[in-house]
Design a protein around this ligand. Structure first.
Ligand code: MN3
Length: 201
């Protein structure tokens, strides 16, 4: 099986002015596509190595699968957790209560997620996440394209802080990008993710 680029649920220009059309187009068509192309290639090579029972070769491919598979998964989440202004909905009562329980207030959560996302060294992601063991909402950061699922957390909302996500528009000023992204967070989607976790927890 091969993975394919999912369609964006909105136009490339729909998140302006928070995120420019040019960034959205390159980010989706070039960057997300590249992770998918490289993931498919690595999986194909893995299959061949497996058939030939070449364990060393299989192990050697694992980092490419993790990186590109993580890039695939993370961006699939990312497009959905963004929405054009006016279509973002509002945080549900249940999610708000859970956030207030963990952070005291929604504003505190936003401040902390912003601060930790801005502070990521190099490339990575800031997450509002559900800790499976503690059954509570927390903030986690990951490096590169490491998928959150390997850390015992379920993603509610992810902020891509790779330079490719903002550089064309915000240059080196990551804080301005992180500030602007709050205008286009799709709370309908975040609510949905939280509710499906809450049902099982
Ligand atoms: Mn990206």
């Amino acid at each position: 099986m091969t993975f394919t680029l999912p369609e964006l649920p909105y136009d490339y220009s729909a998140l302006e002015p928070a995120i420019s059309q040019e960034i959205m187009e390159i980010h989706h068509k070039k960057h997300h596509q590249a992770y998918i192309t490289n993931l498919n290639a690595a999986l194909e090579q893995y299959k061949v190595a497996e058939e030939k029972q070449q364990v060393e070769e299989m192990i050697a491919l694992q980092s490419a699968i993790k990186f590109n598979g993580g890039g695939y998964v993370n961006h699939c989440l990312f497009w959905k957790n963004l929405a054009p202004k006016g279509q973002t909905g509002e945080m549900s009562g249940g999610l708000k209560t859970a956030i207030e329980h963990s952070f005291g207030s929604v504003d505190n959560m936003k401040q902390e997620l912003s601060k930790k996302s801005i502070a990521i060294q190099g490339s990575g992601w800031g997450w509002l996440a559900f800790n499976i063991q503690k059954k509570s909402i927390c903030i986690v950061t990951t490096q590169n394209q490491d998928p959150l699922s390997t850390t015992g957390h379920i993603p509610l909302l992810g902020i891509d802080v790779w330079e490719h996500a903002y550089y064309l528009q915000y240059k080196n000023v990551r804080p301005d990008y992180v500030k602007a992204i709050w205008e286009v967070i799709n709370w309908n989607e975040v609510n949905k993710r939280f509710e499906s976790i809450a049902e099982k927890a």
